[in-house]
Design a protein around this ligand. Structure first.
Ligand SMILES: [Zn+2]
Length: 99
């Protein structure tokens, strides 16, 4: 995984959330930054052990647009940056060598 900071256009997963866990595991794209204050879940109105005030990001996912503190998110690196990524060209060469 890269240590590059989260920025607009990145794919991210929600890895921390409030007690209810409603949005935990959601995957979306960062579309901007925002000042946020969160002390209850937008979906179920449950209070939280993780209140947050300050800088955050806006994320578009399958359910719509939500705002999260950056520390609640984990960046998912582009496929090409994954440790075991093999380009299509290398995969074709592998197949030829085995044939
Ligand atoms: Zn909830």
């Amino acid at each position: 995984m890269s240590d590059k900071p989260i920025s607009v256009g990145d794919l991210v997963m929600v890895v921390r959330y409030m007690d209810c866990g409603c949005n935990l595991g959601n995957i979306g794209t960062v579309i901007g930054f925002a000042r946020i204050h969160r002390d209850e879940c937008d979906d179920c109105s449950t209070g939280s052990c993780l209140p947050h005030s300050g800088d955050g990001v806006r994320v578009k996912d399958a359910g719509g647009i939500a705002r999260y503190p950056m520390e609640w998110l984990k960046r998912i690196p582009p496929y090409e940056q994954l440790k075991h990524f093999r380009s299509e060209e290398l995969l074709r060469r592998d197949v030829k060598e085995k044939a």
